[in-house]
Design a protein around this ligand. Structure first.
Ligand SMILES: [Zn+2]
Length: 350
């Protein structure tokens, strides 16, 4: 058997393994999901020598017109190669894009189809090409939001905590998303949770570093509280936050001037911190909910986690689409501006 035959056999073996693995795992169609598999390579990989790092924090997120991929910049890379395959389909990964950027919007992803994506970094120096190993594959699928139908944004403050992953389980089960306004000094205790929130296409917002009262704080205090939190989140997800939820809902002229981000309040306050009772929290949402609401909860109570297991399916049953705050703004054509204050986004003909 010559080298080429050996290579073909090796590739065929790897390919069979991939087909078996993908066939064994049946996962519901969520916005994005990171898997632990990261070694199966079915693409001929000439030049791959691993001397350049593979892209880290690779993620897929459903956006309005397709699937958006993003990753952290690799030092020494001149470009990145993006590969795709349809989940569960025969055949290997195909190269769909070569880009110099650290993001790629896959507009050719078809509605309702799930894809696996991988990327590798490429360095070209003095006519020598080095390619990194492939990053962990991620799964992404498009979602469809009907702008004419009701939608609400569930928001969770003060986490991450031990209860956040239970809330994510419910959101994942019902193909829903939410926004998590996180406190900076808690983030390093739950890096996996933070990465999962981001990987699911949920949104992470800023809730200050140590839950500080910021309304009339000094400019330097405000900047420090916001930037330290952003730095911790970016170290994990690769992305800065776009939204601020001021602790205690405190907004003063100083914060308006110095926030540098849109300030998101709420239209339904579940008072979950007060009742610590799942039934009370459930009723607070279901008895008041209207199209365009932003709903305040806290992912630091087991009672809230339990309430969410009932709230999400009931809202879905009533025809509500559960979106992030930024998505709600996007679909309601609300332009979010730094220092602006938002507590709901009703349909425009209201
Ligand atoms: Zn808070």
């Amino acid at each position: 058997m010559n080298i080429t035959q050996k290579r073909i056999r090796k590739l065929a073996g790897m390919f069979l393994l991939l087909v078996l693995l993908t066939g064994m795992v049946s996962v519901p169609c969520t916005a994005a999901e990171e898997t632990s598999e990261d070694v199966i390579i079915v693409i001929p990989d000439e030049g791959t020598d691993g001397t350049i790092d593979q892209p880290a924090s690779f993620r897929a997120e459903a956006v309005k017109n397709g699937i958006r991929l993003s990753w952290q910049e690799v030092s020494g890379a001149q470009k990145y190669e993006i590969f795709r395959k349809i989940c569960g389909a025969d055949g290997g990964y195909e190269l769909i894009k070569t880009t110099k950027k650290c993001t790629f919007n896959d507009k050719t992803a078809a509605y309702g189809v799930s894809y696996y994506y991988k990327a590798r970094a490429v360095s070209e120096l003095e006519k020598k090409t080095n390619k990194s190993l492939f990053c962990k594959k991620v799964r992404g699928c498009t979602y469809h939001i009907d702008p004419s139908k009701p939608m609400v944004a569930l928001t969770f403050d003060d986490g991450p905590s031990q209860y956040t992953s239970g809330i994510l389980d419910t959101l994942e089960k019902y193909e829903s998303r939410a926004t998590f306004f996180e406190v900076g000094n808690r983030i390093n205790q739950y890096p996996d949770t933070v990465l999962r929130i981001s990987g699911m296409g949920c949104e992470i917002g800023n809730h200050s570093y140590d839950h500080a009262l910021l309304g009339n704080a000094s400019a330097s205090k405000i900047h420090s509280e916001i930037s330290r939190t952003d730095a911790r989140i970016k170290a994990i997800t690769g992305e800065k936050t776009q939204l601020l939820r001021p602790p205690y809902g405190s907004i003063g002229s100083s914060l308006r001037k110095n926030a540098g981000k849109p300030m998101i309040l709420w239209s339904i306050d579940t008072l979950d911190w007060k009742s610590r009772n799942a039934d009370t929290v459930y009723r607070a949402v279901i008895n008041q909910v209207k199209d365009g609401d932003i709903i305040l909860m806290h992912d630091i109570y087991s009672s809230t986690r339990t309430a969410v297991t009932r709230i999400v399916p009931e809202l879905k049953k009533r025809g509500y689409q559960l979106v992030t705050v930024s998505e709600l703004a996007q679909y309601r054509n609300v332009k979010l501006t730094a220092g602006g204050r938002y507590s709901q986004m009703r349909p425009q003909n209201d």
